[in-house]
Design a binder for this molecule. Sequence first.
Ligand code: ADP
Ligand code: MG
Length: 303
Amino acid sequence: MNISDIGEFGLIEEIKRLTKNPEGALGIGDDCAIIEYGEKELLVSVDALVEGVHFFEDANPYLLGRKSLAVNISDVAAMAGIPKWCFLSISIGKGVAKEWIDSFMKGFLDLAEEYNVYLLGGDTTSSEKTVINITIIGENRKGKSLKRSTAKVGDLVVVSGRIGCSFAGFKALRDSIEGFEELKDKHLNPKPMVEEALKIRDIATAMIDISDGLVQDCGHIAESSKVKIELFWDKIPFCDTDIATEEEMLCGGEDYQILATIRSNAGLPDGFYVIGRVVKGEGVVLLKNGKSVELKDCGYRHF
Ligand code: ADP
Ligand code: MG
């Protein structure tokens, strides 16, 4: 059997079925695990960036260092937690120069400082291709972390900013289109939305970061909360560019905006957009001029 027969999410489900959650901990299935710890809870997540999959050999190492940590910090933001500590395990590919590592570490540590995150350990090895593996630990007051699984029928769906800029920037980079520096920066130097997530922590019912694409990440909330999400196409704040289509922006990943459901009677904080609502049922439906539109093969999957 090929792994692609069950897919990335099928494989994770299978691993999940083989594990148990001890009391006081939430395991596989969300952006971070939650571990109760006295009056607090720890949020822990690990993510890998693989050369040839997440970045190319000629990637700017400074920006790669920043992005590697940014995507991990985003997983803590995705649960409305505060990122605190990290570990860096790096397998260095053949032919990588010392200067490359220096720039990578400068980018990594610059971002760490901007977010008050401390590097506490890691591991260094060599391999065919470069693989970067980061563990992030954040914290929250007990019971305050927001999961994917707690959206309720009647809630509104909100997003913390424009979506699709990262995909548009990726397209410009991939097709070697000159200019579009701002969009390229969105893709290469994403900003984890820690503050934004905290702003809505007390009115949100469920939360995730948009790493796989708006539609697919709505799907993650819908599936774990056992609800259906209706998205209003005309309310979605698409990136202001014609380099990518709206369809591509709905499916393209790596925006790292916060996507949340909030109680419908709560006021909306500055900077957030209401883009949909939670209803009974399952899956995600996009409504355009009152009609539902289906998008095929939407969002990133590894297998
Ligand atoms: P994200 O895109 O936010 O990084 P993933 O889709 O990578 O999340 O992972 C979804 C969930 O599955 C997370 O809770 C993660 O910890 C868990 N997970 C993924 N791969 C594995 C694995 N090989 N073993 C155990 N848990 C895993
Ligand atoms: Mg992951």
